[in-house]
Design a protein around this ligand. Structure first.
Ligand SMILES: *[C@@H]1O[C@H](CO)[C@@H](O)[C@H](O)[C@H]1NC(C)=O
Ligand SMILES: *[C@@H]1O[C@H](CO)[C@@H](O)[C@H](O)[C@H]1NC(C)=O
Ligand SMILES: *[C@@H]1O[C@H](CO)[C@@H](O)[C@H](O)[C@H]1NC(C)=O
Ligand SMILES: *[C@@H]1O[C@H](CO)[C@@H](O)[C@H](O)[C@H]1NC(C)=O
Ligand SMILES: *[C@@H]1O[C@H](CO)[C@@H](O)[C@H](O)[C@H]1NC(C)=O
Ligand SMILES: *[C@@H]1O[C@H](CO)[C@@H](O)[C@H](O)[C@H]1NC(C)=O
Ligand SMILES: *[C@@H]1O[C@H](CO)[C@@H](O)[C@H](O)[C@H]1NC(C)=O
Ligand SMILES: *[C@@H]1O[C@H](CO)[C@@H](O)[C@H](O)[C@H]1NC(C)=O
Ligand SMILES: *[C@@H]1O[C@H](CO)[C@@H](O)[C@H](O)[C@H]1NC(C)=O
Ligand SMILES: CC(=O)N[C@H]1CO[C@H](CO)[C@@H](O)[C@@H]1O
Length: 855
């Protein structure tokens, strides 16, 4: 019975292990649906027939004692430590086109920063850091369980470990390590509760060990899972994967610095897409704008009060009966929507609309009719379209794995968003794509029959299990009620979403692919926007995410509430995505989505959001209006926040460009910069924006005081340029006004800022620069500035990558200068002179080539 377990280990500084197995259909699985607790007698596998060479290792693994804890054991496995290898297998693996693997390179095991070793019986393995011999991953304490619907593997951790990641969650940034379960199962999650699964799944964690380094572990799996952190009876700290299918397909990321791990992870899941410049502007949205006139009023009021509004958004209000690709004839007549979009564009502003995956199942609705004709919707057992409940009522859902779906979706988008006859949007927003099904339980339309007209069109009932095809998933599993129940916040895995026993068009099942449904929708939407205009960078915002989603979309943190604790939560949610999950363009619903915002909270949030990548005010239909102009304090705070953000916009743009170029995080926790300072490991209310700015907002409810930590370094107050020795101490600031947010410049950096702000980002691009030099302890500093046209997908050589260097005596700007611009550097301001003096060197200097000066 040639059942094999496959491992791959490779990579430059990193180390990659892949475990898969080949399951042969003729191996009849005994139906041993054993009770829980039987895991104790199970003793895992023994490795035999070991064959070792420099670049690979092969062994057979045979089951020693039955586990059969939640499904049937796979009795014979093969271990193969090698470079990327393809093995036919029936066990589900994430499709290559959904999450491409990194290109394999023939690294020799001795050139890897990590070393793999194993014991034969019972089979266990460990990963060590080659340079220090430190053990990073060690499965020796518990036997490996490898069943058809339950795989388990536990690794030892040091005591009191610093573990981060495993999003999406709203828990502490540094994860609790006692009796803690992170469930990864994408779901509708109003109010983003703590301790429960939210909209996205990112099975990667960072293990930070201070001076001895940081490493990461990515499990390339889309199956539902509980990752448990706890302490065994013997007092051993562990992390344990409990997954309801698929394979163990691990990537070990060697670091050794935290930023190295971020970059290595981005290499594995794909570098994030670069965003157009305009998306860094300020956005306004509200569910509940009753008509297009109301929307226009909001746009006009922002202009009248002088708060720069870059982008107006359309939530589901614009639709007729909540149907995608329609406008409500009386409240949002198409002509008036077109006029609004045109006037926004005339002012250099932008417009984005929402789309949901639930397609109204209504005969006269062309989007549905065309989709049905092309057979793009998911099917129930009898071959009729699987039905559920969403905003429009009874809906069907696209099967993103069907070969016609992209074409149908692109066509719908190109029809409705035709610049000449439709709504000329600048970007799209995909929501409810977990997918959210408003059925409270699994019961809506449960008794599907093939009575629909769809069946009359001759749509064949899918052949469910035919000849074995690679990676479709082991047949005859219970895809509806697996015995191992992950701790999904809604109970059954099919609750409030699509039934997990649905077969996708490629033969896989929702059971295995659920977690990337939303990411596929986001990707299809990006492709559609590219087809509509292949010259510019598309912008897609998605609620549901999966590992690698940064390649196709931005993300907001979903339906939070107007509460102080959610204001604080945005910081750690942002850090998880930007620093750990390779999704740089993220933000919260500023001032909160659900419930009513208050003046002081909204003022603080306007400032907080301005220093986070995606900056959008958004409220629910049941919440009061919360546009920034509604309260005096908020107006004042927002004006200052946007003014400052816009001056810093090219700094933020440069950091987003770096993130898309090599995975460098654009926003990071303090420990990424001070990895040896253990005081920083648990900090989750401050963050580094790019390399130079430390943001330390007031976080307590209705407070004007803040305590913040400054690591041992030189810091400069961003607002006053006053120098502050950090000293590794907590500082307290009282009397922080409602339009103030403490920000510090880290010594050793150079910051390029526009000299003034503007009403739109298009106008901003005409403003000159002022360069701030903030010398570090050794008196030197460096920084960079990236410039291009802000929009083209392919800028070719029309870009400038400028490096700034200050050596204490002279300033130099060098690099490439392919972007033509009349914008100049007006002056260079050097901080930190004798007695805190600030010295200004007047230009101007053009940005067509290098420049500099000596003291
Ligand atoms: C596991 O249990 C099944 C059913 O009881 C039995 O047929 C099989 O031989 C057992 N395998 C091992 C390795 O003990
Ligand atoms: C890796 O090794 C395989 C097998 O020896 C070889 O075919 C392939 O070209 C090598 N790839 C690289 C990038 O060297
Ligand atoms: C790695 O091992 C191979 C073969 O054993 C040897 O030729 C090579 O020099 C080694 N490389 C390093 C960096 O030690
Ligand atoms: C562990 O957590 C679970 C779920 O939150 C809880 O029910 C249980 O009481 C906790 N166990 C202990 C020993 O605290
Ligand atoms: C920005 O808008 C304000 C308020 O509408 C207006 O007074 C000002 O002239 C505008 N600035 C520019 C540069 O257009
Ligand atoms: C999924 O399971 C439910 C409950 O057993 C059943 O009613 C339904 O027909 C199944 N659907 C598919 C597509 O197998
Ligand atoms: C929000 O305010 C409105 C009107 O002021 C009120 O009717 C509603 O109950 C408030 N909502 C909450 C959640 O407090
Ligand atoms: C770069 O700019 C030149 C001159 O403006 C233009 O001809 C060329 O098409 C641009 N290249 C790209 C890739 O946009
Ligand atoms: C960098 O720029 C300075 C000032 O223009 C110039 O003197 C120097 O030669 C440049 N260095 C390099 C490496 O290009
Ligand atoms: C309970 C709750 O607030 N649910 C909200 C979930 O999110 C949608 C929009 O995405 C709101 O319309 C719901 O009211």
């Amino acid at each position: 019975m040639p059942v094999s377990l496959l491992w791959c280990c490779l990579l430059f500084a990193s180390f990659h292990c892949r475990m898969a197995f080949l399951w042969i259909a003729s191996l009849v699985l005994c139906s041993l649906w054993g009770a829980r607790g039987q895991t104790e007698r199970c003793s895992g596998y023994e490795a035999i027939n070991v064959l070792k060479a420099d670049s690979y290792l092969i062994a057979d693994l045979v089951l020693i004692g039955n586990c059969s804890s939640h499904s049937s054991d796979i009795e014979n496995l093969r271990l193969l430590v090698e470079y990327q290898t393809d093995a036919d297998s029936q066990v589900f693996q994430v499709q290559e086109h959904v999450l491409p693997r990194p290109r394999s390179e023939n690294a020799s095991s001795n050139s890897s920063g990590l070393q793999f070793s194993f014991t034969q019986s019972p089979f266990a393995f460990s990963v060590t850091r080659a340079s220090t011999g430190e053990t990073l991953f060690d499965t020796a304490d518990t036997p490996l369980i490898f069943e058809t619907q339950y795989i388990r593997l536990r690794t030892r951790l040091p005591s009191n470990p610093n573990i981060y990641g495993l999003g999406e969650h709203s828990d502490d940034f540094r994860l609790p390590t006692w009796n803690y379960t992170r469930t990864l199962w994408n779901t509708e999650s109003p109010m983003i509760p703590n301790g429960l699964n939210l909209y996205g799944s990112h099975p990667v964690y960072f293990d930070h060990r201070g001076e001895s380094g940081t490493h990461g572990v990515f499990l390339r799996s889309s199956n539902g899972m509980d990752v448990k952190l706890g302490t065994s009876d013997q007092g051993q700290q562990f992390l344990e994967y409990n997954v309801i299918g698929g394979v163990f397909d691990f990537y070990f990321l060697a670091g050794p610095t935290p930023r190295d791990v971020s970059k290595q992870y981005a290499e594995v899941v794909g570098l994030p897409a670069f965003v157009p410049y305009w998306v860094l502007g300020f956005h306004q949205c509200k569910y509940g704008y009753k008509s297009i006139d109301e929307v226009r009023q909001v746009v006009d009021t922002y202009a009248a009060v002088g708060i720069p509004l870059e982008t107006m958004w359309g939530d589901i209000d614009y639709m007729s009966d909540h149907q995608d690709f329609t406008t409500d004839g009386s409240r949002y007549p198409l002509e008036k929507v077109r006029q609004l979009v045109q006037s926004l564009h005339d002012n250099g502003q932008h417009y984005v609309q929402i789309l949901d995956p639930g397609i109204h199942r209504a005969g006269g609705y062309p989007t549905y009719t065309r989709g049905a004709e092309q057979n793009v919707f998911l099917k129930a057992a009898d071959g009729s379209f699987y039905r559920g409940f969403q905003w429009p009522g009874e809906v069907v859902w696209p099967d993103w794995l069907h070969p016609n779906t992209q074409e149908w979706w692109t066509d719908e988008i190109r029809r409705f968003y035709d610049p000449n006859s439709g709504v000329n949007v600048d970007g799209l927003w995909v929501d409810m794509n977990e997918a959210s099904n408003m059925c409270e339980s699994t019961s809506c339309f449960a008794s599907t029959s093939a009575r629909t007209w769809v069946a009359n069109k001759g749509i064949a009932v899918r052949k469910r299990y035919g000849d074995p095809v690679p990676f479709l998933g082991v047949p005859e599993r219970d895809l509806f009620n697996p015995l191992y129940r992950i701790q999904n916040r809604w109970g059954d895995i099919s609750s409030k979403t699509l039934w997990t026993n649905i077969t996708n068009a490629d033969g896989t099942h929702q059971y295995d692919t659920h977690n990337f449904y939303g990411t596929m929708m986001a990707g299809a939407t990006r492709n559609a926007l590219l087809s509509r205009n292949s010259a510019v960078r598309p912008f897609v915002l998605t609620r549901s995410t999966f590992a690698g989603v940064g390649r196709v979309a931005a993300h907001w943190f979903g339906d939070n509430a107007s509460r102080w604790d959610h204001y604080r939560t945005t910081i750690r949610q942002m850090l998880s995505f930007t620093a750990l999950h390779a999704v740089p363009f993220v933000g919260s619903d500023v001032c909160g989505f659900n419930e009513n915002a208050t003046e002081k909270m909204c003022a603080r949030w306007a400032l907080l959001g301005a220093f986070q990548p995606f900056y959008r005010n958004h409220a629910d239909i049941t919440a009061n209006r919360q546009e920034f102009y509604l309260w005096p304090l908020v107006t004042q705070a927002a004006k200052k926040a946007i003014d400052t953000r816009y001056k810093l916009l090219d700094y933020m743009y440069t950091s987003l460009w770096k993130a898309s170029a090599d995975g460098t995080p654009n926003a990071s926790p303090l420990w990424f910069f001070y990895p040896s300072d253990s005081n920083t490991f648990g900090i989750q209310n401050q963050w580094m924006l790019g390399d130079a700015l430390l943001v330390s907002p007031v976080v307590d409810d209705d407070s004007q005081s803040v305590s913040f930590y400054l690591p041992d370094d030189i810091w400069y107050d961003f607002w006053t340029f006053e120098q502050k020795a950090g000293g590794g101490q907590t500082h307290r600031l009282d009397g922080v006004q409602w339009d103030e947010i403490p920000v510090h410049i880290r010594g050793g950096t150079i910051l390029a800022m526009r000299t003034e702000s503007a009403n739109t980002t298009a106008q901003l691009r005409e403003k000159n620069f002022r360069i701030i030099v903030a010398p570090g302890k050794d008196g030197t500093a460096k920084g960079e500035l990236y410039l291009d046209d802000g929009a083209s997908l392919d800028v070719g050589g029309n870009k400038s990558e400028i490096g700034f260097v200050w050596d204490g005596q002279s300033f130099a700007a060098n690099g490439t200068f392919g972007f033509e611009t009349d914008v100049k550097v007006e002056r260079v301001v050097v901080l930190g002179g004798e007695g805190g003096e600030v010295v200004t060197h007047e230009g101007p200097w053009g940005l067509g080539g290098g420049f500099g000066f000596h003291l």
